[in-house]
Write a protein that binds this ligand. Structure first.
Ligand code: OGA
Ligand code: MN
Length: 282
């Protein structure tokens, strides 16, 4: 197994590893350590089917079941694609296309769940020639960059995270009544503390409002915090190669897809999501 650093503040690449054959306790604990320290772990060249993806993922914990209204619903995988079964590109107004669009906004997977996900594992199957990258933003680096006054202001703040909030901005009809009922807003701490690596900011597209603040005041503070995201050294942008597998720590980074550039081409990704073990509140 070879290890190489990727971004300045996050990201590490593993090559010369076959997750179908080579994994053992030591390798798993090495990956867990790399994930804790670097937040994003890219494992190259893993041509795996969904079952193998699930088997590998379960070495790290229990998996989330895919929520209602999403491709893969009820199973342990979530499927991101922009084309129909027959291979034709879906119209822009299709749910899949709209969900892909929603993924282009910085977010943390499952932050709308009471116990949000800890790690996501995404496998690239079909990738376009140009664009369709995935960006990762170190929220530890963002937190570190805040002025002390702002850190003090937000350290004990609680945010509401609401699945329908971000999705409705993409298209008011994107979240059905049933989904809305199944996914009520939840509270999350705005600043998370990792015992070893310190504090990180926990925000993203699902964050609708800061608890106990007026609507306007809350929106202004969220906007102010967003201005600190804009630093190239905080971002690792992954240009996918087929069969790359990426694991990321949802409690230390935000991520987003980037648009496909030029003529739209097929993109197919499959994700598993490792459930969190603890609420962010206690
Ligand atoms: C995800 C996600 C981004 C992408 O799988 O959770 O946001 O680039 N993916 O497909
Ligand atoms: Mn995501």
């Amino acid at each position: 197994m070879l290890i190489k650093k990727l971004g300045t503040n996050l990201g590490v690449e593993i090559s010369e590893l076959n997750i179908k054959k080579d994994v053992n306790k030591n390798i798993i604990s090495k990956i867990v350590d790399l994930l804790s320290e670097f937040s994003v772990v890219v494992i190259r060249a893993q041509n795996i089917n969904n079952e193998e993806h699930i088997t590998f993922s379960e070495l790290f914990g229990n998996l989330e079941f895919t929520k209602v209204g999403t491709d893969g619903s009820g199973s342990k995988v979530i499927i991101l694609r922009n084309f129909a079964e027959d291979g034709t590109i879906l119209p822009v107004s299709d749910r899949q296309r709209l969900n892909n669009l929603a993924n282009q906004v910085w977010h943390s997977d499952s932050s709308f769940k009471e116990i949000p996900s800890k790690t996501s594992i995404l496998s690239a199957k079909i990738i376009p020639n140009n664009g369709g990258n995935t960006d990762f933003l170190s929220m530890r680096a963002v937190y570190k960059s805040l002025p002390d006054e702002l850190k003090n202001k937000i350290d004990s703040k609680i945010c509401w995270h609401d699945y329908s909030f971000g999705r409705s901005k993409i298209d008011p009809g994107l979240v059905s009544k049933n989904e809305k009922e199944k996914l009520p807003p939840v509270k999350q701490r705005m600043v998370l503390t990792n015992k070893r690596y310190g504090k990180s900011l926990y925000l993203g597209a699902h964050c609708s409002k800061i608890d106990g603040m007026g609507k306007k005041e809350s929106a202004e503070l969220l906007l102010e915090l967003n201005t600190y995201f804009d630093n190239k050294s905080f971002i690792y942008s992954h240009v996918w190669k087929p069969y790359d597998l990426i694991m990321w720590d949802n409690r230390a980074v935000l991520h987003r897809a980037t648009p496909i550039i030029g003529e739209i081409q097929k993109r197919l990704m499959v994700r598993t999501t490792i459930a969190g073990k603890s609420s962010t509140l206690f």
